[in-house]
Design a protein around this ligand. Structure first.
Ligand code: LRY
Length: 229
């Protein structure tokens, strides 16, 4: 059975939650063995797939879990705002470390390597490609170029202000256009994730609300401070 067919089956059975295990950089939780433990706990709790950043985290997680892994590699570049899997060697490293799906920045911004070349390299390794997009235009362009999965990951992150709510409208527009959409970015409650599925998402990736303890504490601290005023 193809990986997509396998995922269709587990999404139908379990609901379509993908857990992104990306600790806050420099956090006491930012260690490959802890990332792998979070990933295993998510798998045991019914996650259909995992999203993992970095080669060491990916290797540790691959050894611990059996569900598919979406691999990414983040870098901060001087001459481009693109951060997620920007180079061909990043694709090679992720494939080698055991990613089943490789996600990359699919936005139309100044970038070191064209989307077409990244897609060709991912497919050369016989991996599935997920394009992390910010808009209808990005998403449709990556879909036409052959990305099997379109993520709404970067909606709200290519502009100076990031909204609080997730971009459900983008999920609808891309799924109506025939894309296999992973809703991702600020799905901080189960109700928001469920809404994404009702807007046509194939699956929903949740990161901060499940695996970034500092963000969750921050949400509570802000609310509690406001309540004390
Ligand atoms: C914009 C960007 O770089 N997003 C990253 C992509 O991998 C991660 O930092 C997010 O945590 C991930 O997309 C999940 O989103 P959320 O943490 O909101 O559930």
């Amino acid at each position: 059975m193809s990986l997509l067919a396998q995922l269709d089956k587990s999404i139908a059975a379990n609901g379509g939650l993908i857990v992104s295990c990306q600790p806050v950089p420099g956090s006491p939780l930012d260690k490959p063995e802890i990332v792998a433990a979070m990933a295993l706990a998510a798998e045991q709790a019914g996650a259909v797939a995992l999203r993992i950043e970095g080669v060491d985290n990916l290797r540790a997680t691959r050894a611990a879990v059996s569900v598919p892994i979406i691999g990414i590699l983040k870098r901060d570049l001087d001459d481009s705002p693109v951060r997620i899997t920007a180079f061909l060697e990043d694709v090679d490293a992720l494939a080698q470390a055991g990613a089943d799906i490789i996600a990359f920045d699919g936005t139309w911004r100044v970038r070191p390597v064209p989307v077409e070349a990244l897609l060709a390299r991912i497919h050369h390794h016989q991996r599935l490609a997920m394009a992390d997009c910010s808009s209808r235009e990005d998403g449709l362009a990556c879909h036409r170029l052959g990305a099997e999965i379109i993520g709404t990951t970067l909606s709200g992150y290519t502009t100076p202000e990031t909204p609080e709510e997730p971009d459900l409208a983008l999920v609808s527009v891309l799924s109506e256009a025939g894309c296999r959409v992973i809703a991702e970015g600020r799905y901080n409650t189960p109700a928001q994730a469920a809404l994404a599925m009702r807007h046509g998402a194939w699956a929903v990736t949740v990161g901060s609300a499940i695996t970034r303890l500092e963000h969750i504490c921050g949400w509570y601290n802000t609310a509690l401070k406001k309540a004390a005023l």
